[in-house]
Structure formats: structure tokens, C-alpha cells
Design a protein around this ligand. Sequence first.
Ligand SMILES: [Ca+2]
Ligand SMILES: [Ca+2]
Ligand SMILES: [Ca+2]
Length: 313
Amino acid sequence: MATDILHPHASARSLARMPVLPALLLAGTLTACSLVTPLESLESGADVAECDDQSCPATPQCNVGFCGADGCSLRPEEAGVAALQQTPNDCNRAVCDGHGGVMLIPDDDPPLDDGNPCTDELCEAGSPQHRPKSEGAACAQGVCDASAACVPCVAASDCLSGVCQLARCVPASCDDGVSNGDETDMDCGGSCGSCPGGLACLGSEDCQTHVCADGACSTCDGDGDCPEAEWCFNGACLADAPLGTNCVDYASCASGICVYGVCCDSLCEGTCRSCFGTYTGLLNGTCGYIVEGTDPYQECAGAMTCDGAGACL
Ligand SMILES: [Ca+2]
Ligand SMILES: [Ca+2]
Ligand SMILES: [Ca+2]
């Protein structure tokens, strides 16, 4: 609280209301000008014959001591002159009222900081105010809320994750309804699984179809639209199948060879050869001789069968 120091028992405002001169002075000898009063009764009053303006005390404030015909006297200080005693941070300035008193006029003398970073210290019509800053205004630990408290967030945009809950930023997750973290679109892409068609992507791995075109998940028209080691099937890129996997064409096989609907390690041409393990006794997808005594493809004439070495016997 600001302290008035105008007088031990009087505030600036009460002094302003005092009569032009203290009653004790009015008891003295008045000259033609009632504002000029001898100071004989003042304890510091100088001898009439010896006084000069410098030796005459100016008290109380807003009065000027001077040496007149009757010795030291007082006259009011001019209106508007700053009073000797000022109260700091009270949004006012004390000035002389021209009648020996003090009056306060509004001044840009704002109150001290209340310690709250979410209030502004200012003066309104001579009254000190700690006005709350607008919601969302920046403060040291984040932003100011509607109650002038400094909190981490009040809006989603205040958080790197884009999620503000109960004035706290919440880390990104794959089910928060926000495109955040390393996601390429809302809750998909990056480490949150692949995105359906039309959603944003950075690479093929962000898309369910493995096709990312112009920043959006799309479909493939051919194997050329697919990443290396993948092939296009029904608009989506699928990983090339390993040996022995069922296939629809060469492009679907990692080996690039599809024989009778299975990915094989070679074209497997020639008599009594097969890519099917059931016919060769080998692993599916490995071309080998058809087992002796069988002829699953009916390649051998008459009663002959495969000999187990790639020929009919
Ligand atoms: Ca002041
Ligand atoms: Ca403040
Ligand atoms: Ca998310």
C-alpha cells in the first residue's frame, strides 16, 4: 500500500481540503492581503528585522516562505506546481492547488506488479488496476487463461501435440482425433498404421494401398506404381510373393516366375518337371523332377510314366 508522507496525521486529500492557511496563522496579524501572514508563531520564524527570503521556511508544502514588512510570511505556491511529497504507484500526481493546498491529478504512475504475469498494471482514471490479460496471451509457462492464471494451454493450438486437456498438453496418440506426432493424417500414417485412400501421406508405407501420389494415398494401375518388390493387385500394391505362393502372374512373385499358379524358381520347362511339391517331393516353388511312376500332367505316351529323372519310361 502506498504511503502518504505529506504529514504524519494528514493525507494529501485532507490537506487539499484545509483552509488556505492554518488557523494558528490566522490568529496572527493579517495584512491587507489575507494570504500573507506573519510567521511569528512558527517555531522557526526568523526575527522580523533580520529575515530574508532564504531564511523564511516554506511550510507546509505548497506554500512559499518570504520575508515581508512584518517578517517571514507564507503565500500559496502557484497552482500546478508539483507538491514536495509524492506517493509512488498511485496513478496520481500531487500538485499545488494554488491556495496553499495539495490536490491529486491522474497521472501515468501505475501500481507495482502484483506478481501475476497474466495481469497488466495500469491506471484507469487515476485508479490503480491489475487488469487480467486476454485469454491466450503469452506468459512464461504458457498462456493466460480466462481467470488470469498462467497455464500450459487453453487451446489445442497451444500444444505441439494439438491436444489440450484440463489446461495441460497431452502427448500425441493414434486415437486422439488429431493429426499429430509422426502421423501423416488424422491418426494414421507414420507409426500409427497406414491410411485409407485419399488421406495425406509422405510415402507408400503410409498408405493401405502402398501408393502415395502427390501427397495423398491412391491406387495403383500397374506394377510400375508400386514400390520395389511389390506388385499391383486390384489397385493395391502387394509384396512380391516368395517361392511356392499362389500367383496370378509373374509380377506377383519375388522370383518373377509364376508357373501353373505358383511362384517358382525357374520356368521349369521340359518333360516330367513340376513346381509343385506334391508332384516332386520337394518344396513348393522349387522346380524338380516328377516322382518316378507318376504322370500328373499326362505327358508320357501310353502306359509310360515319369522316371524320376525328367523323362518318360
Ligand atoms: Ca504518484
Ligand atoms: Ca501483473
Ligand atoms: Ca493422432
